[in-house]
Design a protein around this ligand. Structure first.
Ligand SMILES: *[C@@H]1O[C@H](CO)[C@@H](O)[C@H](O)[C@H]1NC(C)=O
Ligand SMILES: *[C@@H]1O[C@H](CO)[C@@H](O)[C@H](O)[C@H]1NC(C)=O
Ligand SMILES: *[C@@H]1O[C@H](CO)[C@@H](O)[C@H](O)[C@H]1NC(C)=O
Ligand SMILES: *[C@@H]1O[C@H](CO)[C@@H](O)[C@H](O)[C@H]1NC(C)=O
Ligand SMILES: *[C@@H]1O[C@H](CO)[C@@H](O)[C@H](O)[C@H]1NC(C)=O
Ligand SMILES: *[C@@H]1O[C@H](CO)[C@@H](O)[C@H](O)[C@H]1NC(C)=O
Ligand SMILES: *[C@@H]1O[C@H](CO)[C@@H](O)[C@H](O)[C@H]1NC(C)=O
Ligand SMILES: *[C@@H]1O[C@H](CO)[C@@H](O)[C@H](O)[C@H]1NC(C)=O
Ligand SMILES: *[C@@H]1O[C@H](CO)[C@@H](O)[C@H](O)[C@H]1NC(C)=O
Length: 775
């Protein structure tokens, strides 16, 4: 493990030298100019102003004025990547104090030797604030590491101040994130307030203030909502991904936790500087590890925590509700509206939502009016409860009705939940989470609203309008049904135009087959899937509406016919397709038992109940066979890129069939799309994903391993539990994770055949399974 580096900072060795001069003209150009005139330096008499930009020696980072939101006159001095098109900011000097005009402002060296940022009135808005520097003796240099240092002009190794000790939201390779044990000073990452406001926001990451060797994320500096777990020697206990990375000799990264006499810190670096990477505490309250992928020309998310957005405390603010899979994740509760729409749109939800109609409570309503006017409750069926509920004892606890009355009796009560015991919330509702569709039946909560928020409160006018509308709707529906039936007769014949082994359909054919896309089976990375049946013989089929296909028709046809030739008992069969204008659809055989995730994670009350070990084994083996076929036996090797339980379908005999293969190719090499739709499993992506080029079949083996673990445990590797404590509890224990990882990390050479062995060898199989608690 790397020891703390004493003496000169490590980053210094590779950069900055007043260098022996090169021959010819360069001699004149560089040697005659004094060193202080370098374009990476701020010196006395050489301030930075307006549109000027300083660039580090090798051109990696730039320092200058920028405007995060060009609709407002708010300017900042910051550092950004100079070589990538979107100039991602990594550090901002004046986070709290924007300038109104860059041309009259300047970053300069003050007479006391500090670096200061002066506004148009020449008063300082930001300063390095170091004491005891000799006057007229310092320069500031932007380095190729992204570090801005204030150093002695005659010896730039003598650093007086550096931006790496004062992080913003971004932590670059080589920086130390930790604590000085003597001064108690910490370096912490603090998110921007919104995407266009660099001011310090609510979310931060720092070394545990309690002194433990773990990192914690907190809200408003105090409320902790995530921790990395303590350092075990080669990883943090809740970040098993690191182990996979440190066990791989080809890994580009080195991660180290250093606990030295005077300081403890975490340190990471990238070998050979071949890729750009950064950790950032995002506006969403998550710590994200991002990698620049040249071929995709964008930042790709490699890892993030907490995995589920809803685990971030108060992400959506008071009376906001978070849906983990929602886009956007935050919305307001019924009866509430966004308090500050401008900020909300930019990702700043701290102001939350405001009540649209004031409560009746405390309004002095007469007893006679109470009946019609008193507050009512709107019930949300499937949520994780907000923070801060108090349980009401006594009479309130005896029934849901009594619990409701207990809430109505106190004007500050804003919600109740009854599940055999009664919980009440007073004031703001924070961190309410919509779990609809998460499959593990959350709680019910009843939100207090003004009675007028409920429509249909007995008005006869409304009733009449309702009846009229219903009549019109019925008539229109009837007309449509008749039309469809007539057309259906005409069209049935035209349905099949065979192309190779595939049927080509028109869009209208597929509307007919799916009853106008009325029965949705699910949604996946590439689009939604609908149930249908072939008019000729009623064969059930699944029709997938692809979204975001950029391929032209010819290429699409070529690709689809390749996929059409792939037939294996463990691969879903493609039956037909449709390409019309920009529409692209695929028709597959229908699998009556749906996808594997429902059986693994769904409520056990669902049909079929818990899968037997034998079935699980058969499923695991089937998936492995299907993948093996894709990887080795097809004419063109196909990498699936998105192996997960959602993409494993089960036929009536619970035989596994891999779905969605070949689609990654069909969509083009659209990394971010593939990656971001991976159900939060980004943490378990094979490391080679980041290289941007060398994706091999091993990527699937990695994902298969992670899925195998879910098949065995019957739980998500990434849990979406009942509340934040349960979320933690749903995660596998480290022992389990390590075993899963070892089973895979050990099988390095030819991936599929070896992992077959793990499964195929009965003694391994028994060992592996019996080592795990049943569940
Ligand atoms: C703001 O920036 C965007 C994107 O760079 C650009 O399209 C737009 O014209 C700019 N607006 C103003 C007012 O400069
Ligand atoms: C500099 O330090 C002083 C006291 O140490 C503090 O009051 C002042 O706000 C600091 N200025 C800046 C720009 O950080
Ligand atoms: C620093 O240098 C400037 C100009 O070079 C000079 O005017 C000033 O007196 C110097 N200050 C000190 C404290 O030496
Ligand atoms: C420059 O500063 C570094 C760090 O303080 C020190 O180790 C080194 O001896 C200095 N070099 C000279 C030439 O003074
Ligand atoms: C954040 O914490 C500060 C004190 O540390 C407190 O004054 C402030 O009200 C808190 N903000 C919110 C939104 O709770
Ligand atoms: C880390 O260690 C500290 C004590 O040193 C303990 O309080 C804390 O709970 C540990 N964290 C985890 C996640 O186990
Ligand atoms: C820790 O700080 C003390 C006092 O500044 C110093 O004497 C000691 O050498 C430092 N230890 C290390 C390992 O740097
Ligand atoms: C309402 O509940 C709050 C919080 O529990 C409590 O402080 C307050 O006294 C209650 N008011 C009444 C009228 O009971
Ligand atoms: C009711 O919900 C509370 C959490 O609010 C939980 O602690 C308790 O176990 C639940 N009771 C039942 C019967 O589910």
């Amino acid at each position: 493990m790397a020891a703390a580096r004493g003496g000169r900072p490590w980053w210094w060795s590779s950069s900055s030298s007043s260098s022996s001069c090169a021959p010819l003209l360069l001699v004149l150009l560089s040697c005659l100019a004094p060193p202080s005139r370098a374009a990476d330096t701020v010196a006395v008499g050489r301030p930075l102003s307006g549109g000027q930009v300083l660039v580090s020696k090798a051109g990696k980072f730039a320092l200058g004025f920028f405007q995060p939101d060009n609709s407002s006159q708010q300017w900042y001095v910051g550092i950004w990547y100079n070589k990538i098109p979107d100039h991602t900011k990594v550090w901002v000097a004046n986070r709290r104090a924007p300038l109104s005009d860059p041309d009259t402002s300047q970053l300069s060296i003050a007479s006391d030797g500090n670096m200061v940022l002066l506004d148009r009135a020449r008063s300082p808005v930001w300063s390095t604030n170091v004491t005891g520097i000799a006057a007229n003796s310092t320069v500031a240099v932007i380095l190729d590491t992204g570090n801005l240092v204030l150093a002695d002009a005659s010896n730039t190794s003598a650093v007086l101040w550096q931006s790496f000790d004062h992080f913003g939201d971004t932590w670059l390779p080589g920086g130390k994130l930790g604590r000085n044990k003597r001064t108690g000073e910490v370096t912490r990452l603090v998110a921007w307030r919104s995407y266009t406001d660099p001011a310090p926001g609510m979310f931060s990451l720092e070394l545990d203030p309690g002194g433990a060797s773990q990192y914690v994320m907190s809200w408003n500096g105090s409320r902790q909502y995530w921790s990395s777990g303590n350092w075990t020697g080669d990883m943090f206990s809740s970040v098993p991904e690191m182990m996979a990375s440190s066990a791989d000799p080809l890994s580009l990264y080195t991660f180290n936790y250093v606990d030295a006499e005077n300081e403890s810190y975490f340190f990471y670096d990238v070998k050979g500087e071949v890729v750009l990477t950064r950790f950032v505490v995002d506006v969403t309250g998550q710590i994200k590890f991002m990698t620049w992928v040249d071929s995709a020309a964008q930042w790709v998310l490699f890892w993030s925590e907490p995995k589920a957005q809803g685990d971030v405390h108060s992400l959506c603010g008071p009376f906001g509700v978070c849906a983990d899979s929602g886009q956007p994740a935050c919305s307001c509760l019924r009866g509430f509206h966004v308090r500050r729409p401008q900020q909300w749109l930019q990702g700043d939800h701290t102001a939350g939502c405001a009540r649209s109609t004031a409560l009746q409570c405390g309004g002095g309503a007469q007893p006679a009016e109470r009946k019609t006017k008193s507050d009512r409750f709107f019930t949300m069926p499937d949520v994780n409860l907000p923070a801060g509920g108090v349980s009401a004892a006594g009479a309130a606890a005896s029934s849901a009705h009594d619990c409701e009355l207990a809430c109505l009796a106190n004007c500050s009560c804003s919600a109740y939940s009854y599940n055999g015991s009664c919980s009440l919330w007073h004031g703001d509702l924070i961190s309410l989470r919509d779990m609809t569709g998460a499959g593990n039946g959350g709680y019910r909560i009843s939100i207090r609203l003004a009675a007028s928020e409920f429509s249909g409160s007995g008005s006869t006018k409304k009733l009449i309008i309702g009846v009229v509308v219903a009549g019109v709707v019925a008539a229109v529906t009837l007309a449509v049904v008749v039309t469809v039936l007539v057309r259906r007769r005409r069209r049935t014949k035209a349905l099949r135009r065979v192309e190779g082994s595939l049927m080509a359909f028109t869009y209208r054919d597929l509307q007919l087959v799916t009853k106008n896309f009325s029965e949705k089976l699910g949604g996946g990375a590439f689009g939604s899937v609908f149930k249908g049946s072939l008019p000729a013989d009623g064969t059930p089929v699944a029709v997938k509406k692809l979204e975001g296909v950029r391929q032209g028709e010819k290429q699409f046809r070529a690709e689809v016919s390749t996929i059409g030739t792939i037939q294996h008992v463990n691969l879903i069969r493609l039956l037909g397709f449709c390409t019309e204008g920009t529409r692209r659809l695929l028709m597959y055989e229908h699998m009556p038992n749906g996808s594997l995730d429902r059986h693994l994670f769904g409520s056990s009350s669902g049909h079929g109940g818990v899968l037997s070990w034998e079935t699980r084994y058969q499923i695991a083996l089937g998936v492995a066979r299907g993948l093996d076929y894709l990887h080795e036996k097809c004419r063109d090797c196909i990498i699936h890129c998105d192996i997960k339980p959602e993409n494993i379908l089960l036929n009536d005999a619970f035989a596994a069939k891999v779905a969605d293969f070949g689609l990654a190719k069909l969509m083009g090499r659209d990394f971010s799309r593939v990656l971001t739709t991976m159900r939060g499993t980004v943490g378990y992506l094979a490391p080679e994903w980041i290289s941007g080029t060398a994706i091999t079949t091993k990527a699937d083996v990695f994902s298969y391993g992670m899925m195998l673990f879910e098949v065995i445990s019957g739980r998500r590797n990434v849990g979406q539990g009942q509340d934040s404590a349960d979320a933690e509890g749903a995660r596998p224990t480290m022992g389990m994770v390590v075993q899963a990882l070892e089973g895979l990390v050990d099988v390095n050479a030819p991936p599929i055949p070896r992992s077959f062995n793990v499964l195929g060898d009965a003694s391994n199989y028994v060992k592996f399974f019996s080592a795990l608690p049943s569940g």
